[in-house]
Write a new protein. Structure first.
Length: 396
């Protein structure tokens, strides 16, 4: 399971108070195994001074442990800082065990877990057994019960090496997120290059010709006004043709079609490693009935929705459904885009969704957004509805 399927945002800083709390609880739930030291502190088996020092030491240990693991699973810390922090936890655990006895040996399990969660495998592979060995030697030297020491060896080794797997998952998901962002950026750059190339092909010759004829007309004035007028007329003709060509090109960029955007959606999603459940073409019963303006609005909405899925959702699957419905107000065309990513972080609409809503308003359409079918926090669904006009049948 990657972080795309987790509400905790593995490998990224928490987004919002709810995610912060959930992530802290996920890490802090393992502190339940601290029951032995806590019971020892409150049991009254030690002097007041020892209990106060033990309680303070336990509190410091827990805080440092949580900060280290919590921060590192969001954003990797500098290696020297991690090593010094782990060394501090180990020394503190050793001091508490020597001072307070057998129940405190469990702290070494948390030291091993910290090693696995924060250090690469090549270091953790020998440091986790080393921490476990220190725990065993400390327990034997202090004369603690061998049964307790033996019972803690397996959790220390298992917990430490299990966390190396979690750490690798964090690293992998971060790399995957960066790769997806790179794919999206490359696609945008390719589109800019295509636009620049097309404009160059359209205007390069025309502008060169305009510059040449302008220079000729300047040379012919004032001695040859008739020939200069001919050059000016040519300049006007070439300019008008260039303007017509540019308008045609820009119209092609600014007026997307549903078939073209469906094909583009499949390509973009596949490039980002997202399974695309997208129709190969516009359904036959809709092909001849979509008014041009409504089709343009839906095509823009589809492009923006797919772009958001690729760049922000962290999804594994994206589904696009295009249907028509008969309502009391007439036939309605509906475009639904849903993903299984992390869902929206808040209720405020970004620029992309605002732009879609503004375009829909020009054709009396509506926009609905919310969690996908999996429930709150499980994906995001976007639905556009536009009046289809009398050309469409009743649909579904």
């Amino acid at each position: 399971m990657s972080d795309d399927e987790m509400p905790l945002g593995v490998g990224r800083p928490p987004q919002g108070r709810r995610q912060f709390t959930m992530k802290l609880l996920w890490i802090g739930i393992w502190l339940a195994f601290m029951s032995a030291p806590v019971t020892d502190v409150v049991s009254g088996a030690h002097t007041v001074t020892t209990r106060v020092l033990g309680g303070a030491g336990l509190l410091v240990f827990v805080v440092v442990y949580l900060v280290l693991v919590f921060r590192h699973t969001s954003k990797a810390l500098a290696r020297p800082r991690v090593l010094w922090t782990i060394a501090f936890l180990a020394v503190l655990a050793l001091a508490l065990v020597v001072m307070l006895g057998t129940p405190w040996l469990v702290l070494f399990v948390y030291v091993a877990v910290s090693v696995g969660a924060t250090l690469p495998m090549r270091i953790a592979a020998w440091l986790i057994p080393a921490v476990t060995a220190v725990m065993v030697v400390t327990g034997l030297i202090a004369g603690h019960a061998r049964e307790i020491i033996t019972a803690l060896v397996f959790p220390a080794l298992l917990g430490g090496f299990a966390m190396t797997g979690v750490r690798q998952m964090v690293v992998t998901t971060i790399e995957l997120r960066e790769a997806r962002a790179t794919v999206a950026q490359l696609a945008a750059n390719e589109e800019r290059l295509r636009l620049a190339r097309d404009l160059h092909d359209l205007l390069g010759h025309s502008l060169s010709l305009i510059a040449l004829k302008s220079e000729l007309a300047g040379r012919m004035l004032p001695g040859q006004p008739e020939r200069a007028a001919e050059q000016v007329a040519d300049i006007e003709r070439v300019s008008r043709q260039a303007l017509t060509d540019v308008r045609g090109a820009v119209s092609g960029y600014r007026r997307p079609t549903l078939p073209g955007e469906l094909a583009g959606a499949r390509t973009a999603l596949a490039a980002a490693g997202i399974t695309a459940d997208v129709p190969a073409e516009v359904p036959d019963d809709l092909t001849d009935g979509i008014p041009e303006k409504q089709e343009e609005v839906l095509a823009w909405g589809l492009r923006e929705a797919v772009t958001n899925v690729v760049r922000h959702s962290g999804a594994h699957r994206c589904t696009v459904v295009l249907t028509s419905h008969q309502t009391l107000g007439g036939p309605v065309l509906e475009l639904a885009v849903a993903d299984d990513g992390r869902g929206a972080a808040g209720t405020r609409r970004g620029n992309g969704l605002t732009g879609i809503a503004e375009r829909l308003a020009t054709v009396d359409g509506t926009l609905a957004t919310g969690p996908a079918a999996g429930g709150p926090g499980r994906g995001f669904a976007l639905t556009l509805r536009v009046p289809a006009g009398s050309a469409l049948g009743s649909g579904e």
